[in-house]
Design a protein around this ligand. Structure first.
Ligand SMILES: CC(C)(COP(=O)(O)OP(=O)(O)OC[C@H]1O[C@@H](n2cnc3c(N)ncnc32)[C@H](O)[C@@H]1OP(=O)(O)O)[C@@H](O)C(=O)NCCC(=O)NCCS
Length: 212
């Protein structure tokens, strides 16, 4: 299930609680998403194209929390746990195809005033812990602007590894093209050696590569 017990993290701005979002958080999550989109060029969603209604947000959160391989984490100050949402991080599967069920995509944003204080680190740590505890999940994937210094640092700190770069992956309204970095974080992934048919794929225990 897309839920977990609340976690406490120290940050520069004070202690924060990171917890799984519930549908009653929809209004605060919407407000935080709008604030994050309005204050960054590094989100995929532009502020003016974010049109989710309160009811849609409620349903979105309810669906995530009922799903075995999806979750939304939110952060707020310990002193005001049901108050302002400082950041949102979502692990989501964009497909129901069985071959891809071991993998979830990460999307996250911290509101402008709370950035650079450790909120993103706390949110991502909580999600990596959650994902690692899900037996069906083996990896988290993401795509980030190559120009997003904070994002790249955060992801590398939390064990994400770059596996590709997409030149011109994003094109802004003003015509400027931006490179995207693709990263993944193995959870307890077995290192697999792909064999050509008719042999079966073989997998070695975590941490060891199969030798021919
Ligand atoms: C990217 C983002 C999620 C990071 O969250 P955050 O709370 O600001 O990050 P943290 O404070 O936990 O810092 C994470 C790391 O990045 C570094 N960092 C933070 N802000 C930075 C900045 N402006 N420049 C360089 N490094 C920065 C921190 O020093 C830290 O590394 P360290 O622990 O090794 O020192 C957040 O800045 C954000 O929401 N940005 C706008 C939207 C966005 O880019 N979303 C991600 C889309 S893929």
């Amino acid at each position: 299930m897309g839920t977990f017990a609340p976690l406490l993290y120290p940050t520069i701005g004070g202690n924060i609680i990171v917890r799984a979002a519930a549908s009653d958080d929809a209004a605060a999550v919407l407000a935080a998403a709008k604030l994050a989109f309005a204050t960054s060029d590094h989100t995929l969603t532009k502020f003016d194209e974010f049109s989710m209604t309160l009811e849609q947000e409620r349903t979105f959160i309810a669906d995530l929390s009922a799903h075995p391989r999806q979750v939304m984490a939110i952060a707020s100050y310990e002193k005001n746990p049901s108050g302002e949402v400082l950041g949102i991080a979502v692990l989501k599967q964009n497909t129901t195809r069985r071959k891809l069920r071991h993998s979830v995509d990460l999307g996250m944003s911290v509101i402008g005033p709370a950035r650079g204080q450790g909120v993103g680190t706390a949110l991502l740590d909580a999600l990596v812990r959650w994902a690692t505890a899900q037996p069906d999940l083996q990896m988290i994937t993401l795509a980030v602007y190559a120009a997003n210094t904070a994002g790249l640092k955060l992801y590398r700190n939390l064990g994400f590894v770059e596996y590709g770069r997409l030149p011109n992956g994003l094109i802004h309204d003003d015509g400027t093209a931006w490179e995207q970095v693709q990263m993944y974080r193995a959870l307890r992934m077995q290192m697999c050696k792909v064999k050509t048919p008719p042999k079966q794929r073989e997998c070695a225990p975590e941490g060891s590569l199969l030798q021919k």
